[in-house]
Design a protein around this ligand. Structure first.
Ligand SMILES: Nc1nc2c(ncn2[C@@H]2O[C@H](COP(=O)(O)OP(=O)(O)OP(=O)(O)O)[C@@H](O)[C@H]2O)c(=O)[nH]1
Ligand SMILES: [Mg+2]
Length: 294
């Protein structure tokens, strides 16, 4: 048997969570076009014929402004330091930028102390013209002595099998750490909160996505039914108004979309009640952040 832990690292929005979901064939990490979507480390276990790979999705590396962001970056750096193998994700849709260079600086620092295979994964190749891809790949390849370079699209499932194929030889001999039916460490309660947050991110703009957190106040399973009460936290009254919308329409749409996705993922009927609450400056509050699992 072979086993290894792979940290999925990169700046915000490069497609880390989309890749994790594609590797698992199940959506357990939320995705949005807003940066800083992922706030915690998310474990996904892929069972390959001769072993197990534990993938760690992580928050995007960025310049932290609030305590929340400092915790997010710390979470990503810790995963990077603990992993046996690192995937560094950079997107084919742009050339290397300051965010990517900062990621490379982190990688250099960590691998100088403790060498490990570092695989460059160039993402979103479905979104670029094949003629333009080669020079983009070259400019990313020059940034570091990567163990492998693999261009992929997680969205349309292009070259993901190749990514797994180059990863397996770097696994160690050993028993898997997880049981055969384990796929993730995310509980239904956590997934419920994240699904609601994803619908909020998709429905809002500007500073609102960054100011939102979701607390699950109640999660009760009654046979094939889940009764869920959730609070969406925002920082200001104006944000509460935006989320609720005219005659409550935006909040209604958010909660309907969230409920439908939960029913599909959990395979059960869901009764969902959602409130919006103002909690000023929660992103700077140690206690609230810890209660939220950040
Ligand atoms: N065209 C295309 N878009 C992609 C691909 N992978 C991800 N995206 C899009 O890129 C955006 C960001 O994707 P995420 O998976 O949330 O990125 P992330 O790196 O996890 O972002 P953070 O959690 O914020 O750090 C979303 O709009 C995705 O739909 C891909 O292979 N092709
Ligand atoms: Mg993410």
């Amino acid at each position: 048997m072979k086993f290894g832990t792979v940290a999925i690292i990169g700046r915000s929005n490069v497609g880390k969570s989309t890749l994790l979901n594609r590797l698992l064939g199940e959506k357990i990490a939320i995705v949005s076009d807003k940066p800083q979507t992922t706030r915690t480390r998310i474990l996904g276990v892929v069972h390959v014929p001769d072993g197990q790979i534990a993938f760690l999705d992580t928050p995007g590396l960025h310049k932290p402004q609030y305590l929340l962001n400092r915790r997010m970056v710390k979470t990503a750096v810790e995963a990077l330091e603990e992993a046996d193998i690192v995937y560094v994700l950079m997107e084919a849709t742009s050339l290397p930028g300051p965010g990517d260079l900062a990621v490379v600086a982190h990688i250099k620092e960590v691998t100088a102390k403790r060498p490990c295979p570092v695989i460059l994964v160039v993402t979103k190749i479905d979104a670029v013209n094949r003629m333009k891809l080669l020079p983009v790949l070259e400019s990313y390849t020059r940034l570091f002595e990567w163990t492998e370079v693999v261009p992929i699209s997680a969205q349309v499932d292009d070259n993901i099998d190749q990514l797994l194929a180059v990863t397996v030889p770097h696994l160690s001999e050993g028993e898997g750490a997880y049981s055969d039916d384990m796929m993730t460490d995310q509980t239904m309660r956590t997934l419920a909160g994240e699904i609601i947050r994803e619908k909020v991110l998709q429905a809002t703009e500007q500073e609102v996505p960054y100011s939102v957190a979701v607390e699950i106040d109640q999660f009760k399973e009654e046979g094939r039914l889940a009764r869920i009460h959730a609070s969406i936290l925002v920082e200001r009254e104006t944000q509460k108004g935006i989320l609720i919308g005219k005659q409550g329409e935006r909040l209604k749409a958010i909660s309907t979309q969230a409920r439908q996705e939960m029913e599909q993922l959990f395979g059960m009927k869901v009764f969902l009640e959602v409130w919006v609450k103002v909690r000023a400056a929660w992103r700077q509050d140690e206690q609230t952040l810890s209660n939220l699992g950040y």
